[in-house]
Design a protein. Sequence first.
Length: 534
Amino acid sequence: MVSGTGGEWWTGAVGYEIYVRSFADHSGDGIGDLAGVTDHLDHLVGLGVDVVWLTPFYPTPGFDHGYDISDYCAVDPAHGTLDDFDRLTAEAHRRGLRVVVDLVPNHTSAEHPWFRDALANPRGDCRDYYIWEDPAPDGGPPNNWVSHFGGPAWTLEPGSGQYYCHLFLPEQPDLNWSNPDVVAEFDRILLFWADRGVDGFRIDVAHGLVKDPLRRDNSLSRPLTPDMGPVEIFESYDHDHDLDQDANIEIFRGWNQLLRSRDIILIGEIGVSDQKRASRYVAGGDGLHEIFFLESTYLPWDVESWRQAVTGLQPLAPTGVSWVLSCHDRPRAVTRFGGGERGARRAFALATLTMGLGGTPFIYQGEELGLPDGRIEEGRATDPLAVRNPGSPEAGRDGCRTHMPWTDGPTNGFSPADRTWLPSQDRPAHLTVAGQSDDPDSMLNLYRDLIAFRHRTPALWEEPLRWPDSATEVVLGLRPRALMVLNMAPEPREVRLPDGPWTVSFDSRCGSCRSAAAQSLVVTRETCLILTRT
Ligand code: GLC
């Protein structure tokens, strides 16, 4: 718990996503590992975050870079050992940092012993761990569900003549969450990591676990056209029957109950754009504690989109939303908002807005440096989204997954190896941790300042928030003791304030450069201010 607050330890906290493959390589094989994370914990302490989320480090054949797990209770040799995990957790805890691990319950790897057994013994117990259907009358897939990564969500298994379901790659078969044995297996997995001392779980594709038992077709929300890439095709369906089924919520109620005495946070990746539906996952207080609302990584630099997202979700789930601006699946915010100085300015203005909200905002490694996407060497793409769909207009996710730039030495100090798993252009010195650390005006120091400001300003997450409609290009959030003003316009805007007195306590242009505010205030273009009552 952030000091001075009541409630759970995550109240008012700030999170940090570590994409383990690209954070720091201790062993020297060109792939990031757990010991590398331990080496750099002090960077996170210096930044001021409270909790780290580690992307999957479990044994995997690596078709989806670890999101295809072949053993949920071990560490992949490329990332280290269970001892490395224990050391990392102990060292993190010693520094007051919490550790959240990634749990992938929607699918396993096709190399998981359960799926191997399901193939080898069609009458065995493991068969029903997965979702099998007979072909449609024409011999094709049983329905029109599509995979996120292109093509149908069904693959024919010639041995049995049945299709199995996979919302991602054929190498990632979906589990059958209607089977109580699957529920029991995951209870064991959750307890395995809870007993090892983790402080929480980030639940991958949490909105996808349960599927319509009748396997009905999804309806199309717009016509498919030949020029669409896999993501656009996936998003052209309504997903009434393969995603966001009510029964998902029951599963998380069970987990909440199972882990009740453990002080553990459950954060679900919820790819559901409807705010009311997304908030169901946290509504009762007895299921997930927070949702990663991925929609925020799709919003353009546009005042109406942001006003709607924040005004829609805050009253529904004031402390149950983890705002995310960048993550390992989306182009980085700086790149999405135009790159360069402008992209960085906009991304930090939005970071200031989201740090002023309830829940646990998560920063993605490198976001604190104002990083744009990295440049991958020609022909070295590795993301299945790109590699499996040659000629697709969609670029894939490699650009946001390049190595963390620590120094301006070779591989930016990420790895002692000559070649890294995702060869990319090194970053210039001013975009590295070493290059920014001692520069008081750097993005890194702005983030340090912002996080410290959030921690010492409980009004930001304790008080109810009102969002009056406003005709200007300004998002305005009102609390009894704090105001947020985000001017998204390309020029300054004048804003009238409610009765004060108010002080500008945080300014996305210069951090905690305090100034008194009169009844009306001129806000610089593309700037977010947080004002507190004096
Ligand atoms: C989640 C992960 C993504 C992965 C997918 C399948 O969306 O964040 O990286 O490819 O699930 O597990």
